[in-house]
Design a protein around this ligand. Structure first.
Ligand code: ADP
Length: 913
C-alpha cells in the first residue's frame, strides 16, 4: 500500500489525523493540494498537482484568501482563522478551471508560524456515494412498486399499475411510459398499460398492438432504439426518440417497459442500466405473475364448469393409503360425503357386474402401469333409479416412489342409452327386414356400372339367392326377358337423376317370377361423384296380380254395366248423378259423359221428389234396397214411368254416401195398362148401357107423366099454383137425378190423372150408389149399405175406385140375377160396408149369389177370364180392378162366405193429408 493509499484510507474513515508536530513538509506533497496559509487564512503558497486546476474567484489578487478559491457555500466551514479549524476534517469545494467544482477533503496543521492546509481530491468518493444513494433509492422504489403490485387486489391491479407508472414517470421526468406484454396469442406485443405526463402527447393506448418490432431489439439490455436501424419499431415509437427496457423470465423476454420522448439527453445519468432493468422487473414481474395467476384461475373455473357440465372429473388413487380422491364435480355427481374416501367405498358405488373388473384393472394400473379404459355402471340401490354409465380412464404418471395414478370419469349415460336404443332399433330393423318381403341392397358404382355388394338377410327367404347369384350378368339373367329393357332404363335413370322407382319381374331359385318394386337412391361423395346406390326390393307379386285381377273384373263389370239394357247409375243423396251408363244416356238423349252433375230431382214434381227422398231416407245398412215405380217429367216429352231399384252405399258410421240404382222403362206397360183400364171402363159403360137407359128412362117417364097431368089441368083451367109447383118440383128432381147419372157417366169417358190425389173412399161409395142404386132396386136387389162412421183419406183416383166398386157390384148383380131366374122365392141382396184400423181401410162388397166355384177362385183375377157367355162377359173387370187397387198400394181379395162371394178392397190410409 502506498503512502497515498494509507492517507486515503484514513480519510475515508472520516477521522482527522491526530495532531502531531510536523516539522518537515509532509511527504504527501506529490498528491492533492497543499496550501500554505497565514494566520488569517490568506494563501501564501500553493503546491501539489491539483493546484493547476484551481481557479481563483478574483483572479490577480495579491494575497487571495482561501475563501476566494471556494464555492460560496463553503464560507461557513472556513469561518474564523485556520487555528480554529484545527482537528477538523474540512470538505471544501473549489472553483476549477474546468467549471466543475473540485471536491477536496483535508485538514490544517501548523507549519512553523503559518498553517498548512493539506487537501485530497474526493470527487470519486462523492460520486460513488451519490451513485450508491441513487441506486439505493432506485432499489427502494422498485421494491415499493413490486410490493404495491403484488399486494393489491386483482381488480385494482390496472389502477395500481397506472399509479406506479405515474410515479416512475414523475420521478424521472418521463413524458410517456408504457408496459408492453405479449398479446393473448403470444404472436406480438401489445400495450398493457400506459401513462402520459400532463402536457405530453398520448403516444400509446391500452390494448394497442405493436406487432413484433420489439423482437428485433436485443432483449438483454435497455436501449434507445435507432429507428433507422429498426424500422419495424415504428409501430411502437412512431418517429420519436424512445427508450426500451426488457424484462426477462425463464421463457425469455416477457415484457418491455417503453419510454417515449426520452432520448439519451433526457435520461438521468445517475440511473444505471441495472436500475432500469430493475424497474422493468418490478413492474412486469408481479403483473405477469398476477395475470398468469388470473388466467390459471379462469382456466380452473372453466375446467371445473366443464367437468360439472360433462359429468366428468378427475380422480387419483393413493396406493399407500388405499384411498382415492375425486374432483368436486364427481363428489357431487356420485353423491359422496367427502372428496377423499377409501378405495373400497368408491368401488362400492360401482355396479357389482363391473366392480371386480374395475378392481383388477386398477391393480394392473398401479402395479404395471397398464393404462385403464373401462365403461362401468354406477348404480343407485337406494333409489332404485337406473344405473348411470361412466367411462373410466386412468394412467400412471412418474416412476418409483413418485408414481401417481390419476384418471378421469366421464358420464356417458346419454351415449350408452342411445347406443342401446340404436342397437335395439337396429335389431328390430334387422328382424323386420328379415321377416318382411323386402330386401335392402347396396350397389357400388364402378366406372358406370352398379355392382351389388350387399343384400339384407331377407334375400334368401324371398328369392333363394346369395350375393354371388346376383353379381354382374347373373342378375340380368334372372330378369324376366320382357322387363330387361326396363331394368337398364332404371339404372340409367338412377345415375342420371339420383333416384328411381320402378317394378320388374325377377326369377327366384325355384324358377317362379316375383314382381319386385325397386326403390333406389344414388349416394354421391363430396365432389358429387356417384359412390353407391342404396335400394329396396319389395315383393309386390300378390298386389300386382290382385291389381290385375281387379282390373280385369272391373273391365268385366264395366262391360256388363255398359252393355246392360237396363239404366244403371250412381247418384248422391242430394240426387246428383255421378255416373250413368249408355242406356240411361240414350234415354235422356245425351252422352254418358254429360250425365254426372245432372240432378235426378229436376225431372220430378215437388211431390214426387219428396216421395223419392222420403223413400231414400228409409234406406239403412240393414235394409239398403228399395224399389218403386217412379214417374218422371222429361222436358219436351210425355211422362215416363220407370221401375227403379235403389241400393244405398253406407260408410262405417252408417251414413248414406251414395246410391246405386238400376232402372227399367215401364212407360209402355203403364200406357197399355191405362189403355186397358180405359177399355175396361168402356166395357163397363157398354154393359151398363141397358141399365143406364132404364136409369134415364125412369125420370123421363115420371117427367112425362107430370107434364101430361099439368097440361090436362091447364086445359081444364083449374091448374092451381100449389099443384103446378108440386109437379114442377117433381120434374126438377127428376131432371137433377138424370143429370147426376149423366154427370157421373162423364167420369168414365175421362182418363185418370197422372198424379194420385188423396180422397175419402166414402165419396167413391156414394158416387157408385148414385149410379147403380136405382137400377139395382129396380131389379129387386136389396142394397144393404152401412155408411162408414169415420173419415179417412187414401191416395189414388176416385173414379178408378168407383170403377172397382161398380165392377164388383155389377158382378154381384149378375150372379144374383142368374139365381133369381132359377128360384122365384129368392131374395137377393148386396151389402156394402167399410171398416178401418191404424194403417188401412177395408171396403166390403158381399152378395148372396152363391159365391164362386172354389176351383176358379184363383183364376177370376186373370185378364179375360169369364164364365159369362160370349158377348156378355169381357173377363177384364176383376183384373183391371185388381191392377187399380194394387196401384193404390192396396189389395183386392175374395173369399166365399156362407151365402155368396165376399170381396175386400184393402187400401192404405194416406199418411199425409
Ligand atoms: P166378367 O164379368 O166380364 O165375366 P169379371 O172379371 O168381372 O169378368 O169376372 C170374372 C168372373 O168371376 C165372372 O165371369 C164370374 O164367373 C166370376 N164372378 C165375379 N164376381 C162374382 C160374384 N159376385 N159371384 C160369383 N161369381 C163372380
Amino acid at each position: 500500500m502506498s503512502a497515498g493509499d494509507k492517507l486515503f484510507g484514513r480519510l475515508l474513515h472520516r477521522h482527522p489525523p491526530a495532531p502531531q508536530p510536523v516539522l518537515e513538509p509532509p511527504s504527501v506533497r506529490s498528491v492533492g493540494l497543499q496550501m500554505q496559509l497565514d494566520a488569517q487564512g490568506r494563501v501564501l503558497r500553493l503546491s501539489g498537482p491539483l493546484r493547476h486546476q484551481l481557479a481563483q474567484q478574483t483572479p490577480g489578487a495579491e494575497a487571495p484568501h482561501l475563501i476566494d478559491y471556494l464555492l460560496p457555500h463553503n464560507s461557513l466551514t472556513v469561518e474564523g482563522s485556520p487555528a480554529d479549524w484545527q482537528g477538523q476534517l474540512l470538505d471544501l469545494d473549489f472553483y476549477s478551471l474546468t467549471g466543475q467544482p473540485l471536491h477536496l477533503r483535508g485538514w490544517v496543521q501548523s507549519l512553523n508560524d503559518a498553517w498548512l492546509l493539506q487537501l485530497l481530491d474526493i470527487s470519486d468518493l462523492l460520486l460513488d456515494r451519490r451513485q450508491a444513494r441513487q441506486r439505493e433509492q432506485c432499489q427502494t422504489l422498485a421494491v415499493q412498486i413490486g410490493e404495491q403490485l403484488r399486494l393489491c387486489s386483482l381488480s385494482r391491479l390496472p389502477e395500481v399499475l397506472s399509479e406506479q407508472l405515474q410515479s416512475l414517470a414523475q420521478r424521472f421526468r418521463i413524458p410517456c411510459i408504457a408496459l408492453a406484454l405479449l398479446d393473448e396469442e403470444e404472436q406480438g406485443w401489445q400495450i398493457h398499460q400506459h401513462y402520459a405526463s400532463p402536457g405530453a402527447p398520448q403516444l400509446w393506448q391500452s390494448g394497442q398492438r405493436l406487432g413484433t418490432g420489439l423482437d428485433s431489439l436485443s432483449g438483454s439490455a435497455p436501449q434507445h432504439p435507432n429507428l433507422l436501424q429498426h424500422p419495424r419499431l415504428q409501430d411502437a415509437f412512431g418517429n420519436i426518440e424512445g427508450f426500451a427496457v426488457p424484462y426477462h423470465d425463464a421463457q425469455g423476454v416477457a415484457a418491455w417497459l417503453l419510454f417515449g420522448y426520452f432520448g439519451t439527453q433526457q435520461r438521468p445519468p445517475d440511473v444505471s442500466e441495472r436500475d432500469w432493468l430493475q424497474f422493468a422487473a418490478a413492474l412486469a414481474s408481479p403483473v405477469l405473475e398476477r395475470l398468469r395467476e388470473h388466467r390459471h384461475h379462469l382456466q380452473l373455473e372453466r375446467l371445473e364448469s366443464l367437468q360439472t357440465l360433462l359429468g366428468t372429473g378427475w380422480w387419483e388413487v393413493f396406493g399407500d393409503t388405499a384411498q382415492v380422491q375425486l374432483a368436486p364435480s364427481l363428489v357431487k355427481a356420485l353423491n359422496l360425503a367427502s372428496a377423499r374416501l377409501p378405495l373400497s367405498d368408491w368401488l362400492e358405488q360401482v355396479h357389482p357386474a363391473d366392480r371386480e373388473e374395475l378392481r383388477s384393472r386398477l391393480h394392473a394400473l398401479q402395479d404395471q402401469g397398464t393404462p385403464l379404459l373401462l365403461c362401468v355402471r354406477i348404480y343407485h340401490p337406494d333409489t332404485g333409479a337406473p344405473p348411470d354409465w361412466f367411462r373410466l380412464q386412468g394412467q400412471a404418471l412418474g416412476i418409483g416412489k413418485n408414481r401417481r395414478v390419476v384418471g378421469f370419469m366421464l358420464d356417458i349415460s346419454d351415449i350408452k342409452n342411445q347406443e342401446q336404443q340404436a342397437a335395439a332399433a337396429h335389431a328390430r330393423l334387422d328382424n323386420l327386414i328379415a321377416r318382411s318381403p323386402a330386401v335392402i341392397y347396396v350397389q357400388r358404382y364402378v366406372e358406370g356400372v352398379l355392382e351389388p355388394t350387399f343384400f339384407s338377410d331377407s334375400l334368401a327367404p324371398l328369392l333363394g339367392w346369395t350375393l354371388d347369384d346376383c353379381a354382374g350378368a347373373a342378375l340380368i339373367e334372372r330378369l324376366h326377358p320382357e322387363d330387361r329393357e326396363r331394368y337398364f332404363e332404371r339404372t340409367r335413370q338412377l345415375l342420371r337423376e339420383g333416384a328411381v322407382s320402378t317394378r320388374y319381374r325377377l326369377r327366384d331359385s325355384r324358377g317362379d317370377y316375383h314382381w319386385l318394386l325397386d326403390e333406389a337412391k344414388l349416394l354421391r361423395d363430396d365432389l358429387g361423384l356417384p359412390v353407391e346406390a342404396v335400394g329396396l326390393w319389395l315383393d309386390v307379386t300378390e298386389a300386382t296380380q290382385a291389381a290385375e285381377r281387379i282390373e280385369q273384373s272391373e273391365e268385366r263389370y264395366r262391360i256388363l254395366v255398359e252393355d246392360s239394357p237396363a239404366m244403371i247409375c250412381r247418384y248422391l243423396p242430394d240426387l246428383t248423378l255421378t255416373f250413368g251408363n249408355q242406356p240411361l244416356a240414350t234415354y235422356l238423349e245425351c252422352s254418358p259423359d254429360q250425365l254426372p252433375g245432372i240432378n235426378l230431382g229436376s225431372w220430378m214434381s215437388a211431390e214426387q221428389r219428396d216421395a223419392f227422398t222420403q223413400r231414400l231416407g228409409q234406406l239403412s245398412p240393414q235394409c239398403p234396397v228399395s224399389s218403386a215405380e217412379i214417374n218422371l217429367q222429361l222436358p219436351g216429352r210425355e211422362h215416363a214411368w220407370w221401375i227403379w231399384s235403389d241400393r244405398g252405399v253406407f260408410d262405417q258410421q252408417g251414413h248414406l254416401l251414395e246410391i246405386q240404382a238400376v232402372g227399367r222403362d215401364n212407360t209402355e206397360v203403364r200406357r197399355s195398362q191405362m189403355q186397358l183400364t180405359q177399355s175396361a171402363k168402356m166395357a163397363t159403360l157398354g154393359e151398363m148401357a141397358t141399365g143406364l137407359a132404364h136409369e134415364i128412362n125412369q125420370p123421363l117417364n115420371v117427367m112425362r107423366m107430370a107434364i101430361v097431368n099439368v097440361l090436362k089441368r091447364l086445359e081444364k083451367g083449374d091448374a092451381q099454383i100449389d099443384y103446378l109447383t108440386d109437379k114442377l118440383k117433381r120434374i126438377d128432381a127428376q131432371v137433377q137425378r138424370a143429370a147426376r147419372v149423366v154427370d157421373h157417366m162423364r167420369v168414365f169417358g175421362r182418363r185418370s190423372e197422372i198424379e194420385q190425389q188423396p180422397f175419402n173412399p166414402a165419396q167413391a161409395i156414394e158416387g157408385t150408389l148414385s149410379l147403380l142404386a136405382d137400377g139395382m132396386r129396380g131389379k129387386g136387389v136389396e142394397l144393404r149399405v152401412s155408411a162408414p162412421d169415420f173419415e179417412v183419406l187414401v191416395l189414388g183416383h176416385i173414379d178408378q175406385l168407383e170403377q172397382v166398386l161398380i165392377n164388383l157390384m155389377v158382378n154381384a148383380r149378375d150372379a144374383l140375377v142368374g139365381k133369381c131366374e132359377k128360384d122365384a122365392q129368392f131374395e137377393p141382396w148386396i151389402s156394402l160396408s167399410a171398416e178401418r184400423d191404424q194403417q188401412s181401410v177395408r171396403l166390403w162388397v158381399e152378395d148372396n149369389g152363391g159365391g164362386i166355384d172354389p176351383r176358379l177362385l184363383e183364376r177370376i183375377f186373370e185378364p179375360f177370364f169369364t164364365t159369362k157367355p160370349v158377348g156378355v162377359g169381357t173377363g177384364l173387370g176383376l183384373s183391371v180392378s185388381y191392377g187399380i187397387v194394387e196401384n193404390m198400394g192396396g189389395r183386392l181379395s175374395v173369399r166365399n162366405s156362407s151365402e155368396g162371394a165376399r170381396f175386400c178392397i184393402e187400401l192404405p190410409i194416406a199418411s199425409t193429408v
